[in-house]
Design a protein around this ligand. Structure first.
Ligand code: PMP
Length: 307
């Protein structure tokens, strides 16, 4: 994390990194009530471009609706603010973090009347699961924590408070010497990683859990479209952890993790224990798409130039 990063957009103004603080008496700080997004910008065919910006901002507003937070800006304002913040950072590739939150008050578990703020920070973020993992793959551990039940924390909202569970799961996995955690749903099916959706490959076909218990990941959607566009069969079906042990290949997808091979689960090698050919092919399709090199998916990238 940068000590002195680039300006942060807060409620219409670019504020110096060092001055972008939130009051101690903040409902979002104390109770985790807020929603956020994680987006990447890549140095692509049209210069620095943000990948699937509209889809991410759309999900931000949907997450807010789910938890009952009224964002006092239009989608267009937030889309333009993202472009402006990336442009002001001078980064050619970066990660964007928009957050909608209550910056002050709301101590009685009631934020009625409190101002809703939106901030957007930008920083450089390399390989989320660790340097070299896109190439070598990751070793993953099934978590002892269950992905939130769908009637407790809302699975379709990318809500701040949901990440306490994901952080505990991820920290446990890292302390155990693994690269990431795999969470099961309340019924015991494979759900998702702490910040990734998951796919397995069996007999050349892709299988990913249906959206029932999981976040509707934008990378998941991109991969489904890219795979089908390449003639691969993709099925949305529940599967169990032992089905993942005996899969031919497995991989995680997410804005941060991009397309990262999973080469072992619970110390059992998946397939040959190395990234497989279908995973490699999807990595290459994905990295072409994010950089605007694939005409068919050119509408997925928003150039930052001309803000
Ligand atoms: N699941 C969870 C719980 C996540 O936090 C993320 C990251 N946003 C994902 C899946 C992947 O979503 P996306 O591809 O939209 O980044």
């Amino acid at each position: 994390m940068e000590e002195q990063g680039s300006p942060i957009w807060i409620d219409g103004k670019l504020v110096d990194w060092a001055d972008a603080s939130v009051h101690f008496v903040s409902n979002s700080f104390q109770y985790g009530f807020g929603v956020f997004e994680g987006i990447r910008a890549y140095d692509g065919e049209q210069g620095t471009s943000i990948f699937r910006l509209d889809a991410h901002i759309d999900r931000l507003f949907k997450s807010a609706k789910i938890i009952g937070l009224d964002i006092p800006y239009t989608r267009e304002t937030i889309v333009e603010a993202c472009r402006e913040t990336v442009a002001a950072s001078g980064h050619s590739q970066c990660y964007l973090r928009p957050v909608a939150y209550i910056g002050y008050g709301g101590m009685g578990l009631n934020y009625t009347g409190c101002k809703v703020s939106v901030g957007i920070a930008v920083w450089f973020w390399g390989e989320y699961l660790g340097q070299g993992k896109l190439e070598q793959g990751t070793r993953v551990k099934t978590s002892s924590y269950t992905r939130h039940h769908i009637n407790s924390n809302m699975s379709k909202a990318k809500a701040c408070g949901n990440y306490m569970l994901f952080q505990m799961a991820r920290t446990d996995a890292l302390r155990g010497g693994y690269d990431e955690a795999l969470l099961l749903d309340a019924e015991g099916h494979v759900a998702e990683g702490s910040v990734e959706n998951v796919f397995i490959v069996r007999d050349g076909q892709l299988i990913t859990p249906p959206l029932t218990y999981i976040l509707d990941g934008i990378t998941r959607d991109s991969i489904i479209q890219l795979a089908r566009g390449a003639g691969l069969v993709v099925r949305e079906e529940f599967f169990t952890r032992d089905a993942m042990y005996i899969a031919d290949e497995a991989f995680f997808v997410g804005t941060g993790a991009e397309v990262t091979p999973v080469v072992a689960l619970d110390d059992r090698p998946i397939g040959q224990g190395v990234p497989g050919p279908v995973t490699r092919r999807l990595q290459s399709l994905y990295f072409d798409a994010v950089r605007g090199r694939d005409e068919r998916y050119a509408h997925w990238v928003t150039p930052v130039a001309g803000v």
